[in-house]
Design a binder for this molecule. Structure first.
Ligand SMILES: C[S@@+](CC[C@H](N)C(=O)[O-])C[C@H]1O[C@@H](n2cnc3c(N)ncnc32)[C@H](O)[C@@H]1O
Length: 319
C-alpha cells in the first residue's frame, strides 16, 4: 500500500538506514494480520478523484487547493466520508472541509511555539491520521515518520498523501513496541495523547528515549491531574468513558518520571483544560464525544466524577 523506497533513500547514511531496509518485510507481515474493514477503506481510497494540489498550506492550517469542479468535489467528499470517523484535523482538501472531532490545530498552537523543528528528523509516536505530521513539515521539519497501529488512521493519512506524494512524510502502521530497541536516530520525538493509554508509563518514556539521538528532544503531551510529585490518579474503571486509561499524573510527578527515565532539561510549557469546543461530534465523527463524557451539571468533572480532561505539554532532552 505504500512505497517505502523513498523513505529508505531519505534515511540512507543516517543511523536509521538499517531499520528502513527492514520495513517492507515488517509491513508485509503486518498486512497479513490487518483489520477486516481494510478492503472497504482501500475502496474509499481508490474512489478518490485525480486532482493536483497547486497550492499547499501547512503552516497555518492543512489546506490543499487546485482546480476542482463541483461534481469532482462531491466525489471527493463521498470518498473521504467513506473513511469516517475522522478524529484529528481539520483538513481543507480542494474545498472539502473535513470538520474532525478534534480541533487538533488548537493543540498545535499550544505546542508549536515551544519548538524549532527546522531541519529536524522527527518521529511522531501515536500519530493518528498524521495531522500533526503535515504541520511539522509546515514548521520546517526535514522529514517526519509517524507510527500508529490503527489501520483506519493509516488510510486517512494515505488519502492526504495521495495529493501530497512528494512530501517527506511517512506513516507506518506500527506500534512503538514494533520498533527495534536503541534506534537512536531521531532529532525530535513526539508522544501526544499516548502515555495515559500505556500500562507501563516509564517504560514508554524509556522507549521514546531509545528512539532519540543524543541531545535529541522529546515533546510529551498527556492527561494530568492537579497535585504534587506523589499524586497520580489511576481510575478504578473508565475515565471519560474510555476503558484504556491507566495513569494520570500531576505535572510534578510527570517531570519526576521523565528525570528518572534519564531525561534532562525537563520542563512543562503548557497546561490546558480540554473544552467541549475542542472535542465534539461533527458530521465527520458522529459518535459520542466530550460533551457526553462530562458531568452535565459540572463540566469540571467527568461522568465518573473524576477531574475533567486537562492536558500538559512537556519538553525534555536526552543527554
Ligand atoms: C489519543 S490518540 C492521540 C493522537 C494524536 N497523537 C493526538 O495527539 O491528537 C492516541 C493514538 O495512539 C495510538 N496508539 C495506541 N497505542 C499505541 C502504541 N503502542 N504505539 C503507537 N501508537 C499507539 C492510537 O492508535 C491513537 O491513534
Amino acid at each position: 500500500m505504500i512505497d517505502l523506497q523513498p523513505l529508505a533513500r531519505r534515511l540512507a547514511g543516517t543511523p536509521l538506514a538499517a531499520w528502513a531496509d527492514t520495513l517492507p518485510t515488517q509491513l508485509d507481515e503486518r498486512l497479513t494480520r490487518s483489520h477486516g474493514d481494510l478492503q472497504r477503506w482501500q475502496a474509499a481510497l481508490q474512489a478518490l478523484p485525480a486532482l493536483t494540489a497547486e497550492r499547499i498550506e501547512l503552516g497555518e492550517q492543512v489546506q490543499l487547493a487546485g482546480a476542482c469542479d463541483d461534481a469532482t468535489r462531491a466525489a471527493l467528499r463521498q470518498a473521504l466520508l467513506g473513511l469516517s470517523p475522522w478524529r484529528k484535523g481539520p483538513f481543507d482538501v480542494f474545498g472539502v472541509h473535513v470538520d474532525t472531532e478534534w480541533r487538533s490545530d488548537w493543540k498545535w498552537q499550544r505546542v508549536a511555539p515551544h519548538l524549532d523543528l527546522t531541519g529536524r528528523r522527527i518521529l511522531d509516536v501515536g500519530c493518528g491520521n498524521g495531522y500533526y505530521m503535515w504541520r511539522m513539515l509546515g514548521a520546517g521539519a526535514d522529514c517526519v515518520v509517524g507510527i500508529d497501529p490503527n489501520w483506519l488512521f493509516f488510510c486517512q493519512f494515505l488519502a492526504l498523501r495521495r495529493y501530497l506524494p512528494e512530501l517527506p512524510a511517512w506513516h507506518l502502521p506500527l506500534a512503538l513496541e514494533d520498533l527495534p530497541e536503541k534506534l537512536e536516530g531521531f532529532d525530535t520525538v513526539f508522544s501526544m495523547g499516548v502515555l495515559y493509554h500505556r500500562r507501563s508509563p516509564i517504560d514508554h518514556l524509556l522507549a521514546l528515549k531509545d528512539c532519540l539521538r543524543r541531545g535529541g528532544e522529546l515533546l510529551l503531551e498527556t492527561l494530568v491531574v492537579e497535585g504534587d510529585a506523589s499524586t497520580v490518579l489511576v481510575p478504578e474503571d473508565r475515565y471519560a468513558q474510555m476503558r484504556n486509561v491507566w495513569f494520570l499524573p500531576s505535572v510534578a510527578a510527570l517531570e519526576l518520571w521523565l528525570r528518572r527515565a534519564g531525561f534532562v532539561e525537563v520542563r512543562c510549557v503548557d497546561v490546558a483544560v480540554t473544552s467541549v469546543e475542542e472535542q465534539r461530534a461533527t458530521e465527520w465523527m458522529k459518535f459520542q464525544s466530550l460533551p457526553d463524557f462530562l458531568d452535565p451539571a459540572d463540566h469540571g468533572k467527568t461522568v465518573e466524577g473524576l477531574p475533567a480532561p486537562t492536558r500538559a505539554t512537556l519538553l525534555a532532552r536526552k543527554p
